[in-house]
Design a protein around this ligand. Structure first.
Ligand code: SAM
Length: 342
């Protein structure tokens, strides 16, 4: 039976902030353009790089967490059912929650990771519909069990729409380029963390990507004393702070523009030490946090992730980057992280 919406939930809905409306409206208004148009984007190099970073995080942290659930193979048999001539096929395993899944840009990545069950949730209902369509048109062999729901995950519990999927816990929760929208208030961050942690199994992994507060605040502090507006950026991105006041841990707002992706949307600084402290209260312990450029430096020679750079068109056959300097600078606004539930 579906639980009725509580009074607290209803109160939160009434209080849904203007910024939340702006964020949901913005992402709903950006249509899915299809593969052909996607590769024509002026920042295709940066988009490919971001996809490579997400693939690395999935391979490094999510896949091992999902593999722990594989049943051991009987002695002398491989996963093809004993056909010793063929390389073993990895069986599907693992349950993933993609919070802020958007238009399903990571569905192929989760398919390649042999995910068995995938739940995608996002506040933007149009995006959720597009993600669902994308899943339906994925090639049959690689399609996993999936469900999609439109939900404001920073104001509502997952049980509101997905209680029937929460009987078995998740092995992985992923939040890509979306967690920072929760940092408008501590209440939202708490709801978000409850949704991440409550249905994640002990030993399970929480991965994500957010803007780097140290970098943003460093740039803000280095603006000239009379700078107005309080902005910095280049031809690819622009960040404009409301004020220089850094006293608020939650609700420190700036406006973000990214060419061909984000049109001046309100975002919030993720003050990292406070976030780590709060996450610990939900049993989530950090195991990884790295700037994107550093992830590239550490992983570009890796036997599995290195060759992916060319396959995902981050570099060409000669190894030349498909990003110009402005895109490379924009790429390093972000950090990748992983937490483990203990
Ligand atoms: N994760 C996807 C990806 O990497 O391609 C989409 C990233 S997009 C930059 C940010 C997403 O966060 C948008 O789809 C937006 O609708 C979603 N989002 C923002 N606030 C949310 C909320 N309160 N609950 C759920 N999703 C939210």
């Amino acid at each position: 039976k579906r639980p009725r919406e509580s009074q607290a939930d209803a109160g939160r809905a009434a209080k849904r902030s203007r910024d939340t409306e702006l964020v949901a409206g913005h992402y709903n208004a950006r249509p899915e353009v299809g593969l052909k148009k996607r590769v024509e984007s002026p920042i295709i190099g940066l988009k490919s790089f971001n996809n490579w970073i997400k693939s690395v995080l999935i391979a490094k942290f999510a896949v091992p967490a999902m593999r722990q659930h594989e049943p051991p193979l009987p002695q002398g048999r491989n996963a093809n059912g004993g056909n010793a001539g063929r390389p073993p096929r990895v069986p599907m395993a693992g349950k993933v929650l993609d919070m802020g899944c958007g238009k399903g840009g990571d569905l192929q990545k989760w398919s390649k990771a042999n995910t068995k069950e995938y739940i995608g949730v996002d506040i933007a209902d149009m995006s959720v519909r597009q993600a669902h369509d994308r899943w339906q048109t994925m090639r049959g062999g690689s399609r996993f069990d999936a469900e999609f729901a439109a939900l404001d995950c920073y104001n509502y519990s997952l049980t509101t729409k997905l209680h029937h999927r929460l009987g078995t816990p998740f092995d992985v929760v992923s939040m890509q380029f979306c967690m920072h929208y929760a940092f408008e208030s501590i209440g939202k961050v708490r709801m978000m963390l409850e949704n991440v942690s409550k249905y994640l199994r002990p030993g399970g992994i929480f991965i994500g990507t957010v803007p780097n507060a140290d970098l943003l605040l460093g740039r803000l502090r280095s603006l000239a004393p009379d700078a107005e507006p309080l902005e910095f950026g280049n031809s690819v991105y622009n960040i404009r702070f409301d004020s220089r006041d850094e006293s608020a841990v939650y609700g420190q707002r700036y406006w973000f523009y990214l060419q061909d992706a984000v049109e001046d949307v309100p975002e919030y600084v993720v003050h990292w030490p406070a976030f780590e402290e709060l996450a610990r209260q939900y049993g989530l312990h950090r195991v990884y946090k790295e700037e994107f450029q550093e992830i590239y430096r550490q992983e570009n020679g890796h036997p599995e992730y290195g060759p992916l750079l060319e396959k995902m068109r981050v570099v060409d056959a000669e190894g030349a980057s498909s990003m110009d300097n402005d895109q490379w600078e924009a790429a390093n606004i972000y950090i990748g992280f992983a937490f483990q539930k203990r």
